[in-house]
Design a protein around this ligand. Structure first.
Ligand code: SF4
Length: 379
């Protein structure tokens, strides 16, 4: 995850370059349930509105939480499918909060009516992320449900008014690029404090729709818009959090933006970006799926590291006898092609390995999702 706002803040008010921050354990994105009331085009878990067999029971989830706590995992992102369809979701959330985890809910929002919002608010989630794929008809088409946009927007407003920290999650494709400016305006008008921009990754349903992926030029335009919007908020003193995911080349692209717009601060931004270090799948980000299988992140569902039913997460995560985990945990990672010769490897970390693996069969080939030119990776 790349935090644009953090670097905009560094342009406005540079802070000392300290040692790189090492989280005590990985943040865990936990797909507690695969069932979903929607069947979105870009869903990585290929969910459906039906019960999936063999999902972790409440007691199994609790046992895993004990292990995660002992392993010093700081945050649990409760996701799905649609996590609110899990009957014990509030029990799990209450326990997570009581154990001191930063606890976030990732929802499509369509089930958050007044009553559900009260329950979500009383669970005191630290963050509630709701997906919007565009404005009105665009979103409904993606979500394959008429009226989904109105329901999700109403949910955002309800959660915001209930005092929860809410955010919009948006996944860019060619079919919703045109709505991005309007969506950013909507978030500003509605005073939504967070905007999470996800690049479409090659996995799950996203893989099947690869030809619909945003072209690199469009990605660059989207990033320029995000940077300019975020900087405008910074200048106006508006506290907003802009983050991106699934393409760590964003950090390098931002460095070039900073060099053009704020040359005096560019060296400082570069140092801060190097400190961030880019992709951390398999290191600072982990995923547990609905069946208890552990993956390096949510885009690696086709690759199991082990199952929490057989081995504790803490053991699975440390086990570098798995070749993928050994490679992901190597510092620096050994990546070939243009990533191997990239001047900015220390910023990006070689980006998202799953794209390389799915397009070439080699997880250590260059990332085909890099949208930077040869000149930009050389200087
Ligand atoms: S070439 Fe590779 S390491 Fe360099 S910015 Fe692109 S994806 Fe990142």
């Amino acid at each position: 995850m790349f935090r644009i706002s953090q670097y905009m803040q560094e342009i406005a008010q540079p802070s000392p370059i300290g040692p790189a921050r090492k989280p005590p354990g990985p943040m865990v994105i936990w797909n507690l349930i695969r069932r979903c009331n929607l069947t979105c085009k870009h869903c990585y878990s290929i969910s459906a509105d039906t019960d999936f067999k063999g999902e972790l029971s409440t007691q199994e989830v609790f046992a895993v939480m004990d292990d995660l706590k002992a392993f010093r995992v700081p945050a649990l992102i409760l996701s799905g499918g649609e996590p609110l369809l899990r009957p014990d979701i509030f029990e799990i959330a209450a326990r997570s909060k009581a154990m001191g985890f930063y606890t976030a809910l990732s929802s499509n929002g369509t089930l958050i009516d007044e009553d559900m919002c009260r329950r979500v608010a009383s669970a005191d989630f630290d963050y509630v992320g709701i997906s919007l794929d565009g404005i009105a008809a665009t979103h409904d088409k993606f979500r394959r449900l008429e009226g989904a946009f109105d329901r999700s927007l109403a949910a955002l407003r309800r959660c915001r008014d209930a005092g929860l920290k809410v955010g919009v999650r948006f996944t860019l494709t060619q079919d919703n690029f045109h709505d991005l400016p309007k969506l950013l305006e909507l978030c500003e008008q509605e005073e939504i404090p967070r905007f999470y921009f996800s690049h479409l990754n090659y996995a799950g349903r996203g893989n099947k729709n690869r030809k619909d992926d945003a072209h690199h030029l469009m990605t660059r335009q989207a990033m320029d818009l995000l940077f300019d919007t975020c900087w405008s908020h910074q200048e106006r003193g508006l506290v907003r959090d802009y983050t991106t995911g699934n393409n760590d080349a964003d950090g390098v692209y931002m460095l070039h933006w900073a060099r053009r717009r704020f040359p005096a601060q560019a060296a400082h931004i570069e140092a801060k970006l190097r400190q961030w270090g880019g992709n951390s799948s398999g290191v600072n980000v982990a995923n547990i799926d609905n069946l208890g299988k552990v993956h390096p992140d949510t885009m690696w569902w086709h690759y199991d590291l082990g199952n929490v039913r057989q081995r504790p997460f803490s053991e699975i995560w440390r086990d570098t006898s798995d070749p993928l985990m050994a490679g992901l945990k190597a510092t620096p990672r050994k990546v070939g092609g243009r990533c191997g010769t990239c001047t900015h490897f220390a910023i990006c970390g070689g980006n998202t390995r799953v794209r390389a693996q799915q397009t070439t069969g080699d997880a250590w080939a260059e990332d085909p999702g890099c949208y930077l030119s040869d000149e930009e990776i050389a200087a």
